[in-house]
Design a protein around this ligand. Structure first.
Ligand SMILES: *Cc1c(COP(=O)(O)O)cnc(C)c1O
Length: 508
């Protein structure tokens, strides 16, 4: 046994070394610092321990979940009277729900009889891996995933999606779900939901389908941009800088169509600034939940009365209320205006990094067409060995008299690597170089210097099919300033120089 006091202070020690997500030099991933009201949402829920399985065990706290869904419906353009939602265990859980509803539409009675036929899930190769959890855990099988390549802007290739959907329908297989991603995890790529929606409508008519393939929008990152749905981009009343305004508008153009999806995943613990876990699954038509509901006689100890009984159709039995309370807290705390200011600000800072990289002699932004708070980039050594075996130097590197050596810009190197099979070897070498630059910065960070960035081993494939590695800065904290980006560039150049020195000591 131990005293409460000693246990409490011992617990605190487990937080030693944890990055502070609110610190401006922490740009690791889509992990926000949580607001005080949202932390209180979680604290209240633990202090009083309501259970959102039904209103008998949660009383007015149920209302928080209902209110949350109504607000989010309005935000994304669903009819609050026809739609509904539930909080659940993470963005992964939202994908489980979306895919599960789709399966039941494609294979009615699957809930009772099991999945005994081929059903396919369609999403882009840049979509989140949680689709694999869903397929595996739900017995569909991960082999039934149809991965569609992406365009330069990291959005799903609609022409290829159409081909694959047709092939599936032609052989009499069914479509479990089409799962566009609005805000991919690495690059903030946005699938063109409107075009996917019209494609689905066209195929339903053409093939005279007896079911409507479900579209679930994985918008766990991008949903927050819906706060711009009624922002006046031409008047720009919040005076966003020009570059920021363009960036916000480019995202909004796609996000404004979220309501076309049959269901949507929303993570408040990502771009909503709430603690883990705070996810919301929304359905456009609340009757969809009937497809996966159990009958009350299976649960004789519950649901004999009351008005709000989500436990009849949720995956969970007991349900904590922290997600609902903390998400609702932030919606009330920020309102649309607050979220606009937050998103506008983090995008402004991310844009400033992009500008610095563009102006640097050695860096390239590789998710150029994606206008969120995440910047994927690569850096290049002063000298690269070209496919013909000859060295080429960056334009800005000083030469010697006999130096009639070829000159390249980082953008040229990047373009060639990603677009030409001849450059595959160079791509791999530069992957290793960037990996080394990252490791140097990461070690410095662990020893208290530099800043916390992250790395993606494969943000997309080159035309030749080689994974492209990239360094990643994800700006989430509102406490970030331009100075952080000055420091980032400084650390980056130091690490690049060290990596080059190591290379030359190996070759000499
Ligand atoms: C983070 C993420 C998920 C998974 O959400 P969790 O909350 O981590 O379970 C799903 N899809 C996308 C696009 C994501 O970025």
């Amino acid at each position: 046994m131990a005293s409460a006091e000693s246990v409490i202070s011992e617990l605190a020690e487990y937080f030693e070394g944890l990055p502070l997500w609110g610190h401006e030099l922490v740009q690791a991933n889509v992990i926000p610092p949580a607001t005080i009201p949202s932390i209180m949402g979680y604290l209240y829920s633990t202090l009083f321990n309501p259970n959102l399985i039904w209103d008998e065990y949660s009383y007015r706290v149920s209302e928080a979940e209902v209110e949350l869904c109504a607000i989010c419906a309005q935000l994304i353009g669903y009819d609050p009277k026809k739609s509904t939602g539930i909080t659940t265990w993470g963005g992964t859980g939202t994908n489980f729900y979306g895919i599960r509803l789709g399966i039941e539409k494609a294979l009615p009675e699957a809930f009772a009889q099991g999945v005994r036929q081929e059903v396919k899930l369609f999403c882009s190769s840049a979509s989140h891996y949680s689709k694999l959890n869903a397929l595996g855990w739900m017995g569909v099988g991960t082999n039934n995933l149809v991965n569609i390549p992406t365009d330069e802007d990291n959005s799903i290739r609609i022409d290829l999606l159409e081909n694959k959907l047709r092939q599936t329908l032609d052989v009499g297989e069914r479509i479990a779900c089409i799962l566009p991603t609005l805000g991919t995890t690495d690059s903030f790529g946005l699938d063109h939901l409107e075009r996917i929606y019209h494609l689905r409508e066209k195929l339903v008519r053409e093939y005279d389908l007896k079911y409507v393939p479900h579209i679930h929008a994985d918008a766990v990152i991008g949903w927050a941009w819906a706060v711009f749905n009624d922002y006046d981009f031409s008047e720009n009343p919040m005076n966003f800088p020009r570059r920021t305004l363009r960036s916000l508008r480019d995202v909004w153009i796609i996000i404004q169509n979220l309501h076309l999806a049959d269901s949507i995943g929303i993570d408040f613990h990502k771009t909503g600034y709430a603690p883990y876990l705070s996810s919301l699954f929304m359905v456009k038509n609340k009757d969809d939940f009937k497809l996966i509901a159990r009958t009350p006689d299976a649960m004789p100890y519950l649901f004999q009365f009351g008005n709000y009984r989500p436990g009849i159709y949720t995956m969970e039995s007991s349900r904590g209320s922290g997600a609902a309370l903390s998400a609702l807290a932030n919606l009330k705390f920020f309102g649309k205006q607050g979220y606009r200011a937050l998103l506008g600000y983090i995008v402004t800072i991310a844009e400033s990094l992009r500008l610095r990289l563009e102006q640097s002699p050695y860096g390239v932004v590789v998710n150029d067409y994606n206008h969120g708070p995440v910047t994927l980039f690569r850096v290049y050594p002063d000298t690269s060995i070209m496919p013909n075996g000859r060295p080429a130097k960056l334009e800005t590197v000083e030469g010697t008299e006999e130096d009639a050596i070829q000159r390249v810009t980082p953008t040229q190197l990047w373009y060639n690597e990603s677009h030409s099979k001849d450059y595959a070897e160079m791509l791999v070498r530069h992957n290793a170089f960037n990996r080394r630059v990252f490791d140097i910065m990461h070690n410095t960070m662990a020893n208290g210097g530099c800043l916390a960035l992250s790395l993606t081993e494969n943000y997309r494939y080159s035309v030749g099919g080689t994974p492209i590695l990239a360094l990643k800065s994800f700006v989430m904290t509102p406490f970030v300033s331009e100075d952080a980006m000055t420091q980032l560039m400084h650390c980056l150049e130091k690490a690049r120089k060290q990596a080059m020195a190591e290379l030359s000591s190996i070759s000499s």
